[in-house]
Design a protein around this ligand. Structure first.
Ligand code: GLA
Length: 702
């Protein structure tokens, strides 16, 4: 029977189907392959089980406990200890060509939930709001941003964990018998990367099979959970987590859960990655709504650390310019009292000792040499040894009666929920942006929130995120031409919430090119390459002490937003020449690396690859970070070329200490292959030694 109460919300590739039952419940029916045409209501088709209620309790879009749903509930709240909102029923539904919106309510408890589902790029964006329509305050302990249905044929969860200098480490675990959880409690996104996960269906790999993926657009504490539910499937939950008493809604107030980007792919992980990249790109607020070709950065941090003064910086600026750099970013160490990380945060004026003429002369020299000037700031933080703290010791997080407060990197966190704090920071940053020709702000955040409460002792981790976002939004609106980067001790704040505000993320303080292969693959699962800060660092690497050739360091940075972070005067003449070569290479390839599709894949014996561009014309980067067991590389299969009758392959670059081996036929010359052969048998590869990479251009005829 065709049921008008079934609604499909679809992108080009997949559908979410919901059903309004005869009892006015809003339930999930499908998250998967696109369904068009008549939809069939499933209510009443499920057999009852023993030891169950006498009525069917399918998985709701907003499942609530108390009336027969024993999976994770969509919210937990109470009104003075009495449970509120146990049974939300559909009150009204609004459906347009693209958007589905349902209002659910429990009138007796004074609760209203509004769920909106609409496409964003290749994803569906799910927004959930809870409104207190009662007459007394409502305490909310939990509000899931989304609880999504995962089918019984799901097989594995791919997720990421991390630490400073070791971001986005991938894990693949079987679907849980009991439950799977990832919870972040440090007050920011965390070094495990975006709050999100990929669920793989039977036999799914990079290119084939079913994959369900979702990420939360949130930059604070959060919870991801996967729990088995009745019918053999799982419930996948994503949500911000709130501290006790943190959310108390006055009558009429609304709590908005962070938005969720959800997608489904019938083409393996790469299909889901493509949906995420599309969705992030569709929501970006870049200057003029257009992300210009990503300029080559020079970042002063690892080249100078706190060793600043005008003459030294101008020398660094001049060296950077000779390498072809397009944007010079003056990192930490430029502001009042900042001779080390022990002082200065909060005082956002140039240090009078090291920059007696202000930042103007350095910025001017940067501009005169044809580069943009960028500046590092860490506005949410304050050192106790700063004028700001001496004037406003009450502006920091932490109940007034709790002293001393725990320091981290000698700093405390400002309470971003306070209007006076935000106004002060807006004023200080606006003055800088007006007085100095700053085209770019690198915005850092170098410690966890501990404690995460305001001066009155109320939990404020959530308000901290919202306050920071509000300040970003205000600055972006006031200075629309200034680009901004989100950084938190490397990649501690990479998420779709910041992706809607930032033009770039700093991926990791670990610039070791071997470490970066894994970190960057983690990043690319959620975010597009043009937002991935990727620098050529020094050798030995400051984070790991390992040495790598300059070519290998550069080729690994190439697909991201490329930059340099080292002391150029410590390079040999040959290294400088090679670096200038890679800068030019990046400029020639960036449009192509950045505006298209990304594919990730694996070859045999530890080989990894990634490709960027379009199916007919792309760049292929093949990398090895461990010596091979074999004398020769196995051929590399490229599934996306299966339908191309004719493919031309050109080896553009090799970065390998033992380069040239075994590649005589391909070096410098084009080779042609049938696409099917490349998909089924594979592309012959040069031998890659311990750490090596090869870059190919691939052109497929249709
Ligand atoms: C953090 C950032 C670095 C650098 C330093 C400066 O660690 O990730 O890139 O800016 O702070 O203190």
């Amino acid at each position: 029977m065709v049921d008008a109460a079934c609604h499909s919300i679809s992108t080009d590739d997949f559908s979410l189907v919901v059903e309004i039952t005869a009892d006015n419940d809003l339930v999930w029916r499908h998250w998967g392959a696109k369904l068009t045409g008549p939809l069939f209501a499933l209510a009443g088709t499920q057999t009852r089980t023993t030891f169950s209620l006498d009525h069917e309790v399918p998985m709701g879009v907003v499942p609530t406990s108390g009336f027969g749903w024993f999976g994770p509930p969509a919210f937990r709240c109470h009104r003075g200890g009495k449970h509120a909102g146990q049974r939300v029923k559909v009150h009204s539904v609004a459906i347009s060509a693209t958007t589905f919106e349902a209002v659910l309510s429990d009138e007796s408890c004074g609760i209203e939930i509004i769920v909106t589902i609409a496409p964003q790029g290749g994803c569906l964006r799910i927004a959930t709001r809870l409104r207190n329509v009662g007459t007394t305050p409502l305490s909310v302990e939990d509000l899931a941003a989304a609880i999504l249905p995962l089918p019984p044929h799901a097989e594995a969860i791919v997720s990421f964990s991390g630490r400073h200098n070791g971001e986005m480490v991938e894990h693949c675990e079987p679907m849980p018998a009991q439950g799977w959880y990832r919870e972040q409690r440090a007050g920011l996104t965390g070094h495990g990367g975006p709050p999100g996960l990929f669920v793989l269906g039977e036999g799914a790999d990079w290119h084939h099979g079913e994959v369900w993926a979702a990420q939360l657009a949130w930059s604070g504490n959060h919870r991801l959970a996967v729990e088995p539910v009745g019918a053999g499937g799982w419930a996948g939950l994503l949500g911000a987590s709130y501290g006790p008493g943190e959310i108390i809604l006055a009558p009429g107030d609304t709590l908005s859960a962070p938005e969720v980007l959800a997608c489904y792919s019938g083409h393996g992980r790469n299909g889901a990655i493509r949906c995420f990249h599309d969705a992030v790109r569709a929501n970006r607020r870049s200057p003029g709504a257009f992300l210009k070709p990503r300029p080559v950065h020079f970042n002063s941090w690892e080249g100078a650390y706190f060793d600043h003064d005008e003459a030294r910086m101008i020398a660094l600026v001049e060296s950077a310019a000779t390498l072809g750099v397009e944007r010079f970013v003056l990192d930490d160490g430029w502001f009042r009292g900042r001779a080390s990380d022990e002082a200065g945060l909060g005082d956002w004026v140039a240090d009078p000792l090291r920059y007696p003429r202000g930042l103007g002369p350095v910025a001017q020299r940067v501009n005169d040499l044809g580069m943009e000037f960028g500046l590092w700031v860490e506005p949410e933080m304050v050192n106790p040894d700063s004028d700001l703290y001496r004037q406003h010791p009450d502006w920091v997080l932490g109940a007034t009666e709790v002293r001393p407060l725990p320091l981290a990197r000698h700093q405390l966190v400002l309470d971003m929920a306070r209007d006076d704090v935000r106004d002060h920071l807006f004023g200080a940053l606006s003055t800088l942006l007006r007085d100095v020709p700053i085209a770019y702000l690198k915005w850092d955040h170098n410690r966890a929130l501990a404690p995460a409460s305001g001066a009155d002792g109320r939990g404020s981790a959530t308000a901290q995120v919202r306050g920071t976002w509000a300040l970003w939004d205000r600055l972006r609106a006031a200075f629309p031409q200034v680009e901004m980067e989100a950084c938190a001790a490397g990649g501690g704040r990479i998420d779709a919430g910041f992706a809607a505000r930032a033009d770039r993320f700093w991926t990791s303080d670990n610039i070791d090119a071997v470490s970066r292969t894994a970190i960057q693959r983690g990043f690319l699962h959620f975010m597009p390459p043009e937002m991935m800060g990727a620098h050529v660092g020094a050798s030995p690497s400051h984070a790991t002490g390992r040495t790598q050739s300059l070519d290998f360091r550069a080729i690994m940075a190439l697909p991201g937003h490329f930059g340099i972070e080292l002391a150029p005067d410590r390079l040999t003449a040959d290294e400088r020449e090679r670096l200038a070569y890679w800068v030019a290479r990046y400029k020639a390839l960036r449009d192509w690396l950045h505006n298209g599709v990304t594919w990730l894949g694996e070859g045999s014996d530890g080989l990894q690859w990634q490709a960027h561009g379009a199916a007919q014309h792309f760049l292929l980067l093949v990398t090895r970070t461990q010596p091979s067991r074999n004398g020769r590389e196995g051929p590399l299969r490229l599934p996306m070329l299966a339908d191309a009758p004719h493919v031309v392959v050109r080896l553009l670059d090799q970065a390998d200490r033992a380069s040239g081996l075994g590649m005589d036929t391909m070096a410098g010359a084009e080779q042609s292959f049938p696409g099917r052969w490349l998909a089924a048998y594979g592309l012959p590869l040069p031998h890659l030694s311990g750490e090596g990479a090869a870059l190919f251009e691939i052109v497929a005829s249709t």
